[in-house]
Design a protein around this ligand. Structure first.
Ligand SMILES: Nc1nc2c(ncn2[C@@H]2O[C@H](COP(=O)(O)OP(=O)(O)O)[C@@H](O)[C@H]2O)c(=O)[nH]1
Ligand SMILES: [Mg+2]
Length: 280
């Protein structure tokens, strides 16, 4: 028997939370009593904690990421009848994690799959900050960019065209000066539109992948998914393996990645993981 698909169900889907409850739990984030989870990402010193404090006020607490000495701040807010949990991630320049801080941010974004990733950018260093934004756009299509430190940009005589940036990136870009609480209402509005599916992002992705790469990625994704069923973002893992990312290879060897799938890897998984490396 086939499951009927109705228009309302399809519409409901865009509005459904996408976060991965089990993985979030493994990453130390509980989702009881929350409708949506928002990850706050960005390079260090872009104003993430300032945005976090402004949006959550006193409703926040800090803890550590499981198994790491990296602190995590969690807080919440309500907006238009929905309850949002906001997680302030460690500052990171890249998802190609180099430090435990970057690793915590990467694991949360990749495997916890927040309903919205709010990337805070420094408007005075757009080019450098775009590196992380573009990487985030590769792994999720629910992104809002907060173009922060606009007051600093103005002070330096820099003009940043947020509309063109939004068009080019395919996601909402909201200019803000978090220290002065400017633009934060618009940030909330954009986050809620993306979370509830009122706004569907069309993120800019790598175009024209060479056919050889496409084939290799497809083959690897298939094998990764059979070894680690339920692992979100297998495509990203495949690309990292092809790039020879030592951390990801280790994560596969030690079964860390398996822990973030819906089923623990079987005995054969390790053998298969070694074979996966052989594909490179
Ligand atoms: N001028 C200005 N300073 C800001 C703004 N937002 C944050 N800051 C300052 O930038 C510094 C770093 O902010 P913080 O929130 O700790 O950044 P994080 O490392 O991304 O969490 C702090 O001194 C903030 O007061 C802003 O919009 N304008
Ligand atoms: Mg901070």
């Amino acid at each position: 028997m086939t499951t009927p698909t109705t228009g309302s169900m399809a519409a409901g889907c865009a509005a459904c939370p996408v976060h991965h409850v089990q993985n979030l739990l493994k990453l130390g984030v509980t989702m009881d009593n929350w409708n949506f989870v928002v990850g706050l990402a960005g390079n260090p010193n872009t104003g993430k904690s300032t945005v976090f404090n402004a949006l959550t006020g006193l409703r926040q607490h800090t803890g550590n990421w499981p198994g790491k000495t990296v602190t995590r701040a969690e807080g919440g807010f309500e907006y238009h009848g929905h309850r949002y949990k906001l997680v302030d991630l460690p500052g990171t320049y890249s998802l190609l994690a180099a430090s435990p801080d970057e690793e915590a941010a990467r694991d949360f974004l990749l495997f916890g799959r927040p309903d919205v990733t709010l990337v805070v950018m420094d408007a005075t260093r757009v080019e450098r900050n775009l590196n992380l934004v573009l990487q985030v756009l590769e792994i999720t299509d629910r992104v809002v960019v907060c173009l922060n430190l606009m007051d600093e940009a103005r002070r330096h005589g820099l003009q940043v065209d947020d509309r063109t940036l939004a068009r080019e990136l395919g996601v909402p870009v909201v200019p803000a000066s978090a220290r002065y609480r400017e633009g934060l209402d618009q940030v909330l509005q954009a986050v809620s539109e993306v979370a509830t599916g009122q706004f569907i992002c069309k993120p800019r992705r790598i175009q024209n992948e060479p056919p050889d790469l496409k084939r290799a990625v497809a083959e690897l994704v298939c094998r990764i998914e059979s070894v680690f069923p339920g692992l979100p973002n297998a495509r990203w893992v495949a690309l990292r393996l092809l790039d020879g990312d030592e951390r990801i290879i280790q994560a596969i060897r030690k079964g860390e990645l398996g822990e973030l799938g819906s089923v623990s890897p079987s005995e054969t998984a390790t053998t298969e993981a070694v074979r996966l490396e052989g594909v490179r």
